[in-house]
Design a protein around this ligand. Structure first.
Ligand code: ADP
Length: 201
């Protein structure tokens, strides 16, 4: 390990609250978790559009996109999944510090990893949204043909098939996309943000 004793945290004059106030919002991290095809990306995209139209400042971090860049050296073993989420958590924390409403859409199958991210940001900032769409529905949708490949053994460590998904115990929100359409799912989240005064009415 390199000597880090000479690296000193720089205190900036402007802080997160100032940056968020300028944008008429509170910074937060909307953390979508759920099986592949449970609707994380689709719902997060619609919410981001709605927030944009309401004049809010957002940033969407998406699983596949991050794996093409920052995390392209990581695979899908348990240890790589932990590191994947750790880096995403640190990145989301920086975006939150910029005063943004951050949306993140990653399977993030392990409770401990999500807890790690929750603990990185301030109390009340982490909004865990469990996309509780049943596996059977996700598998039937199979928009990228991944479940089929996983069932045939062509993809290993696929969440829900041969890798576990640990459902959140106390998420801030639960959304089952088999029960409501995309608009209604997105509106649930917008209503929550208003109720918690993260955005104004
Ligand atoms: P994930 O990001 O969780 O892997 P995606 O959003 O990429 O999931 O895919 C979800 C699929 O389910 C899309 O093809 C989407 O059109 C479909 N879908 C059907 N109903 C809904 C809904 N109510 N909310 C979100 N997605 C839905």
């Amino acid at each position: 390990m390199d000597d880090k004793s000479n690296i000193i945290w720089h205190v900036h004059k402007l802080n997160k609250k100032d940056r968020a106030r300028q944008k008429r919002q509170k910074a937060c991290l909307l953390w979508f978790t759920g099986l592949s095809a449970s609707g994380k990306s689709t719902t997060a995209n619609v919410i981001e559009q709605k927030l944009f139209e309401l004049g809010h400042h957002t940033y969407l971090l998406d699983g596949d996109n991050v794996r093409h860049g920052l995390n392209k050296d990581l695979g899908f073993s348990d240890s790589d999944r932990v590191e994947n989420i750790r880096r995403i958590g640190e990145m989301a924390k920086l975006f939150t510090d910029a005063g943004l409403i951050v949306l993140s859409a990653f399977i993030s199958p392990f409770c401990a990893d999500r807890k790690m991210v929750r603990d990185l940001v301030e109390e009340g900032e982490f909004v865990e949204i469990h996309m509780a769409t049943p596996l059977s529905v996700c598998e039937q949708r199979d928009p990228k043909g991944l479940y089929k490949k996983a069932r045939q053994g062509e993809i290993k460590n696929f969440t829900g098939i041969d890798s576990t998904y640990e459902a959140p115990e106390k998420p801030e929100l639960v959304i089952n996309t088999a029960e409501c359409d995309i608009e209604a799912c997105a509106d649930k989240v917008i209503a929550y943000l208003k109720q918690k005064q993260i955005i104004h009415d």
